[in-house]
Every structure is written in C-alpha cells, then in structure tokens.
Design a protein around this ligand. Sequence first.
Ligand SMILES: NC(=O)C1=CN([C@@H]2O[C@H](COP(=O)(O)OP(=O)(O)OC[C@H]3O[C@@H](n4cnc5c(N)ncnc54)[C@H](OP(=O)(O)O)[C@@H]3O)[C@@H](O)[C@H]2O)C=CC1
Ligand SMILES: O=C(O)C1=N[C@H](C(=O)O)C[C@H](O)C1
Length: 268
Amino acid sequence: MNKARIGIVGAGGRMGRMLIEAILKDDSVVLGAAFDVPGSPAIGANAGVLVGMVSDVVISADLVNGMKDIDCLIDFTRPEGTLEHLEICRKAGVGMVIGTTGLDAGGKAAIAEAARDVPVVFAPNMAVGVNLVFKLLDTAARILNEGYDIEIVEAHHRMKVDAPSGTALRMGEVVAAALGRDLADCAVYGREGVTGERDPSTIGFATVRGGDIVGDHTVMFCGLGERVEVTHKASSRLPYAHGSLRAARFIAGRENGLFDMQDVLGFR
Ligand SMILES: NC(=O)C1=CN([C@@H]2O[C@H](COP(=O)(O)OP(=O)(O)OC[C@H]3O[C@@H](n4cnc5c(N)ncnc54)[C@H](OP(=O)(O)O)[C@@H]3O)[C@@H](O)[C@H]2O)C=CC1
Ligand SMILES: O=C(O)C1=N[C@H](C(=O)O)C[C@H](O)C1
C-alpha cells in the first residue's frame, strides 16, 4: 500500500516544525509538501534542515500547485488561513487535519460544509491524554451534578493569540452537555470588581499566559468540604503531532465526513 503523502501548512510555526520532525521520523507516512505564508522566512528553506533532519521538500507559498503532491493537509495556523486552505483542499479533493483554534461559529460551519466533500478531522487538541480527559470530565460532571461549582483554568506560552484555549472551551462544552446546559448560556470568562456571589449554574474560565508553558488545563469541581480537580499538563508538542498523524492515517481512503479526535481514537 502507498504511504499517505502529508502536507504541512504553517511549516515554520511551532506546530509546523514539530509535525515535520514527526513525519520525517515516521516510516508509515511521507512528507509530500510544506507550505507557509508568502513573506515568511521559512519560504525556500529545506523542510528537513528546518528541524535538523534530511528531506527533499522545499517550503513553498504555492498551496494550489502543491495539492498534486499530497493526500492530506495538516493545518495548525490561524483561523483566516485555515479557511483559505480549506477551500483549496476542497477544490482539489484533499482531506484535512485541522488543529487551529479560535475559529468562530461561521468558521466552524464552513469546515462542516467542506467536510461534505472531503474528509476533515477538526479538534482543539490532538493529544491522546487530553481526549481521555474529555471522557473523564463527562463522567465527573454526571456524578458531581449538584452542589459543585465548575471552574476551568488554562495556562499557555506568551505567544498564544487566542483565549480561552480551544481545549478549555471544549472541556466546558463537554461538562455543560453532561449537565444538560448550553455553554453559550452559562460561561463566565474572567471576573473583576464587585461580581456578587457566584451563580451556581455558571462555568467559569480563567486564563494564564507566560513564558514557554506548552499547555496546562485544570477543571475544578468545587463542593463544600471537598474539591475534585482533573488536570492535564503537556510538556512537549509531540503528543499533538503524533495525534495529528493518527488523524491523517484515519482519513486516508475516506471520501468525506467531519470527525474529531474522539472518532480517531475510537472513544465514541
Ligand atoms: N489542536 C491541537 O492539538 C493544537 C492546536 N494548536 C493551535 O494551532 C495553531 C498554531 O499554533 P502554533 O504552531 O503554536 O502557532 P505559530 O504562530 O507558531 O505558527 C503558526 C504558523 O501559521 C502561519 N500563519 C499565520 N497566519 C497565517 C495565515 N493567515 N495563513 C496561513 N498561515 C498563517 C505562521 O506564519 P508566520 O509565522 O510567518 O506568521 C506560522 O508558520 C493555534 O491556533 C493553536 O492554538 C496548537 C497546538 C496543539
Ligand atoms: O496554542 C497552543 O499552544 C495550544 N493550543 C491548543 C488550544 O488552544 O487548546 C491546544 C494546546 O493547548 C496548545
């Protein structure tokens, strides 16, 4: 069987470089192409050299022309870039793994629409451990369904541009769904001043940004006399890259459809 040829967009970024390294070390897939935005210092560089390895792929800004070299595009960029790449992939019949966070409702709808034509895995966190935590949170919320205040705290590096993280928001969605609530109606994003007493129906979010923190998430279920905390801490971006490659292998051979990492990992 032919190995899946994977393209990386945002190749010069933190996740882009991690993905290139993971692909070059993985015998089951091939780096077919690598892309970045016009004007990026990564354009024209050898993708292997970028991560201290060997490759014959040169980073290009020409995504349209590069479609012929890949079976799947992995995208960890920015919402506006991801939506442009989505249209190019859709026209070329190429599947996508999308890790970009911060997409609004319109962007998410555009992804769902494109997934009618091509297979797409779209998930705010590709790490197996975080996806296990989503399952644990569903169980915790169903059991601690009364008398426990829910607060979600996330911490990331100083370069992160969106808040709360996509993962924290998904954690909120999982907990809210388990409790029969809609996150849009009960989320409180930060507090300041004379806030009044806590409304028990709310789910609170707090964001920390600093240094090189890769990604920490804690969901607290705070009762009277006890507190349960479910925490995930990432110390490397490798789990995100490995999860992305699992997702790329998952969509190989599929015609279309919208999936997330729960599907890829068989957790549904
Ligand atoms: N789902 C998951 O498991 C994970 C998701 N993420 C998400 O992935 C995204 C990227 O994270 P990270 O790698 O840390 O970010 P970086 O800023 O390090 O990398 C982003 C890359 O995308 C490029 N880029 C920026 N804007 C555009 C655009 N409009 N069109 C195309 N390319 C663009 C950047 O180019 P340039 O530098 O030249 O601007 C850069 O190469 C974020 O949304 C983050 O939250 C991150 C880790 C895990
Ligand atoms: O920007 C990051 O770094 C990360 N972003 C994702 C998110 O917003 O949830 C996933 C991970 O936490 C790292």
